[in-house]
Structure formats: C-alpha cells, structure tokens
Design a protein around this ligand. Sequence first.
Ligand code: CP
Ligand code: NVA
Length: 310
Amino acid sequence: MTEPRHFLDLWRLSPADLRAILDDAARRKAARAGWPKGRTDADAPADGRVLAMIFEKNSTRTRYSFDGAMRQLGGDSIIATAADMQLGRGETVEDTARVLSRMVDAVMIRANRHDDVERFARASSVPVINGLTDKSHPCQILADLLTIEERLGSVEGKTLAWVGDGNNVCASFIHAAPKFGFKLKIACPAAYHPDLYDLARANEQGGQVELMDDPRQAAAGAHAVITDTWVSMGDLDYEARMDAFETYQVDDALMALADPDAIFLHCLPAHRGEEVTDAVLDGPKSAVWDEAENRLHAQKAVLAWCFGAI
Ligand code: CP
Ligand code: NVA
C-alpha cells in the first residue's frame, strides 16, 4: 500500500511540492474570482471525499477555511472537538486513527501535543493534516506566503522579519525558509526563542535564518514584518510574557524601518494594543484580511495535494 500524503510539517516536504501547492492555491483563487463562496471548483478534486476535523483547541480561521475548502473542492467534512469524542475519555490516538481511516478520506487535527498528530499519522491509512500544534502551524504559513506573493511577487530572495514569541507559527516560518529561499530575521526575548534544532536544520537545508533580540534590527529593510500573540493557547505564564514582550510591539515606528513597500502580517486572532497597535493592524501596510482569506485558498491546495490531485 502506498503511504498516505500526510501534511505534518513544512520541513518534511520538498521545495517542488510546496511550490506546486502554493501555485495551485493562487490558480484556484484566481479561477473563482467573483463566484459565490459555496460554488464548487470546476475540477472538484475532493468529489466524493470526506474530511474529518478534530479540534483540541479553539479555532475560527482553521475550522471555517477547511470546511469551506472541502465544499469548494466538491467534498464534505465532519467536525468534532476532541472533548466530544471518545478521545476525550481516553481512547487512544492510534485506535481513533484506525477507526476514522475506515470512515473518511483525510483527517485534519488541531492538537495540544505535536506528538499526538505524529502518532495519529503513523496509525492512519488516510492523509493527516496538522491544523496547529504546540510546535508548528504549517497551513498558516502557506496562506502567509500566498499573501506576500500577491502583494510583492516571488518570496524567493525576500527578507521576512518575525517579531515576538518564537512560537509554533514562527517555527513553521523557520521550516519554510530554506524551501522557498527567503531570509528570515527573528527578534525575540532570550527566554522565548524558537527551537534551536529547527533553526539548525533550516540552516543545514540552505536557509538563512538569523536570531536576534532587537526588533528594530529584524525589521530594518524587511519586506514583511510578522508577529503573533504573546500568549498562545496553552501558555500559562501570562504575566511573565507581558513583561518579556513589552518592547516587542509592532507599531508605526517599527514598520517605518522596514522596506517602503513592506507589509504587515498576523495569523490572527490579534490582541490589539499588545503585540500590534490598532494603527498598524488597520493601517495601509496591513495585509491581515487577505491573509485570513488566503487560509481558505491555501487549505484547498493542501487538500488537493493530499488527495493526489497536484
Ligand atoms: N490563524 C489561525 O489558525 O486562526 P484560528 O485559531 O482561528 O484557526
Ligand atoms: N500561536 C497561536 C496561534 C493561533 C492561531 C497559538 O498557538 O495560540
């Protein structure tokens, strides 16, 4: 039996596959401009297929984009929280994977522990998609790169600045850097740096990923300035984080140091007045609403790849 096409982390995929997914997302988006959102794409690559979604954490964008994506690809989806499932009463990840593999054609999971998604994938005979874990958020980064390319052209050779927490979203940017050939400058407080193993692997894969503590150094000349919440789902040290990140807010002064055409990105939800000011989030450099919409287009391409249609 051939291995299912799991979409677990960007570092595992080839640059060619990732490029093909991003191009498919852009093509699908252009092909349905002006269409009602419920209309099926002409090629309907998920026709007759069902996606199961399991959420251990809250979600707005991931939940609606994957559900909408399956409808636009001609398929269907079933959504449940882990708490509603027997998973919440102790049924193992592996047994759940074996059962769902008999009932659906792919599974998207948002999990507390990254290892649970890896375990699920090992026991699953259908593709498994990482919809965010404590370690990474690969689907988000495809939407972000799609947004950058729409605004600024190819991301290859561009410089992206990550300002704030070295968290799951930051990790997936690190994974993507060598695959797409962009330079990544990460400014974070020492206590909240990204996984150094991720950093080393990206640089071994030919990436240019630099770690620093000064947000101004990261933003200087960057083509995109990117941040995320200072307190992710599951983080318990709220007070310590508020103190550590105080000087990491993205404001107009920081954006002024970036390239004149630079854009601002945030995966959302945003905490206005914490990691970003209202003026930046709602200002002319902000591309966050396109970025949010692009979750839908990127998810469709990920699903099409998982189903072998790319
Ligand atoms: N950006 C993102 O993943 O949003 P949700 O948590 O709303 O899915
Ligand atoms: N880093 C955030 C991303 C939310 C989409 C979190 O994990 O809560």
